[in-house]
Design a protein. Sequence first.
Length: 86
Amino acid sequence: MENPHEERQTLLLERIIKNVDLLNDALLELDRSVAEINTHNHEITIASELWEGYRRNVAFNLANMQEAQGQGQGQGQGQASTFNAS
């Protein structure tokens, strides 16, 4: 006569192994999907870094233009300002 507890444990272990295998497959698919998303997002990351560099350069140049115009007007040169800081 076989042990009923052993049969039950064997069935439970088979179910656990099957579920772990399914979980492993799902995690592999998730990993592939995340890698694909990261590949597609790489170009967006590059574009955003370029845009941020452009924004910093523009802010720096605008600040220098404002400073130069302020110094020029302070010396009484009377130059008309065409720069609008808004």
